[in-house]
Design a protein around this ligand. Sequence first.
Ligand SMILES: *Cc1c(COP(=O)(O)O)cnc(C)c1O
Length: 467
Amino acid sequence: MEYISTRGGGTPLNFEQVTLAGLAGDGGLYVPTHWPKLTQAEIANMAGLSYPEVAVRVMKPFIGDILSEDELRTLCEKAYGRFAHSAVTPLVQLDGQHWLLELFHGPTLAFKDVALQLLGLLFETFLARQDRHLTVVGATSGDTGSAAIDALAGRDKVDIFMLHPDGRISDVQRRQMTTVLAPNVHNIAIDGSFDDAQAMVKRMFADTLVTGQFAISAVNSINWARLMAQIVYYFYAASQLGSPHRKVAFSVPTGNFGDVFAGYVAAQMGLPVERLIVATNVNDILHRALSEGDYSTGTVTPTAAPSMDIQISSNFERLLFDLEGRDGAKTAARMSAFEETRKMQIDPHMRAKAAEIFTSSRVDPDSMTLAMSQAQEKAGEVIDPHTAIGLSAAKTADIDPSVPIVTLATAHPAKFREAVERATGTRPILPRRIGDLFDREEACKKLPGDYDAVKDYITAKATPAHG
Ligand SMILES: *Cc1c(COP(=O)(O)O)cnc(C)c1O
C-alpha cells in the first residue's frame, strides 16, 4: 500500500515513511491510494477473536510487507496488553438498542491510548531500522499529551517535548504527564495559553535552524498510523453485534474528526455501517458543515467536554478529498481558499454524498447533563461529558429501532470527575492503576511564553537526527 497527499503533491510514501512523516510537504494529509476491501467471510470470521487478532486482520492491508504478520501481531499484543480490561475495548449494553464501546481502559483513561500505544511501538521499530533519532514536539490542552507521553516514555531513539499552558489544565491531566519521569520525556509549562504553546510548536516546525539538525515529528491526530489503529474497534464491536449479517450504527463524540473518519474507513473496507453520527458540542463547525454546508470557523467556547472544543477539524480534509472524487488539485484549491478566508461552502453534490453515511447533531450543555444523569439512573453507568454528548446524539437520531447504535465512550468518567459530579452527584473514583497519581513526584520545566527560550531549551536537550 502506498500513501498520497490529499493535495496531490509529492511522491507516494510507504507505510514506514508515512508513520514517521506527519503532515505532507504540500500541507495536505496522507491517505492510502485506495481503500482496501475485506470480504464478508473475513468480517464474519472476526467474531470471537481477541482484540489484537482483529487488529492484525484490519491493519494488515494498510501495512503491506513493511511488517510481517508475526511482527505486527507482536506489536499489537504488546500495545493492547497494557489495557486494564481483558477485552481491551468492551461493549456494554444500555438498553434494547443502545450500547457503549468503552475505549478508555488504556493507561491514561482516554481513547487516544488505543492509537498512541501502538504508534509508540511503531516509532521504536522503524527508528531502530533506520538508525535515526526522532524528536517529538507537541502542545497539549490535556488528553493527547498524556497519551503520547505514556506511549513514548522509555522508548529508544525518541525524545518527547510536550508543552502545556501553565495552570490551565486540570490537576489530573497535568500529573498524568509530569509524573512520568523517564529521561526521554520533557514536560514544559509555558506562561501563556494553549494557542500560544501551539503557535510556538508550529514555528519550530518551520524553523530551519531546528529542522536542519533534528528530525522533528508530531503525534497529533493527522498521523495516518493513529487513524488506522482506530478503524479496528469498529470491526471488533460490529462483529460482536452480528456483522456482517447485521448493520450497526455508531455515534462518535467528535473534535478533530479522526475517530469518526476511522469509522468511515471501516465502511469503505466493507463493514456494513448503517450510519455514523457526528456528535458535536456547541463548537459545532462539523454539524454546520454536514447539515447546512457551512464550514466556517468561529471562536472556541470552553465546555465540560474540552477535547471537543475545536475551531477547525483537521481530519475533515481527508473526507473532503473523497467527496471531491479524490482530486488532489481541487482539494488543494479548496483548502487554500479556506486558509485565507476561514470559510468554506460544501457543494450540494458533496453533501449528498456525505449524507449517504453521516448525520450530525449538536448537543447543548443541558442535553449533555441529562444524558449523564439518565445513563446512571436507567442503566447504572457513569459516563463522562464527551461520551454523554455521543449518547445524547444517539438517542435523538432517526434510526430504525432494529439497528443497534454503539456510542463510543471516549474517556473514563474519573478523568472529568468535577463535571460528572455536577451532573450526577457522584464523584467517580480514579481507577486503582492510577490511584496514587497524587502521591507521585512531578518533573516539569517552567518557561516564559517566549519562542527563543523554548527553542534553546529543546535544542540543548534533544538528540540530533543522526547523533
Ligand atoms: C480527542 C477526543 C475526542 C475527539 O476525537 P477526534 O478524533 O479529535 O474527533 C473526543 N473525546 C475525547 C475524550 C477525546 O480525548
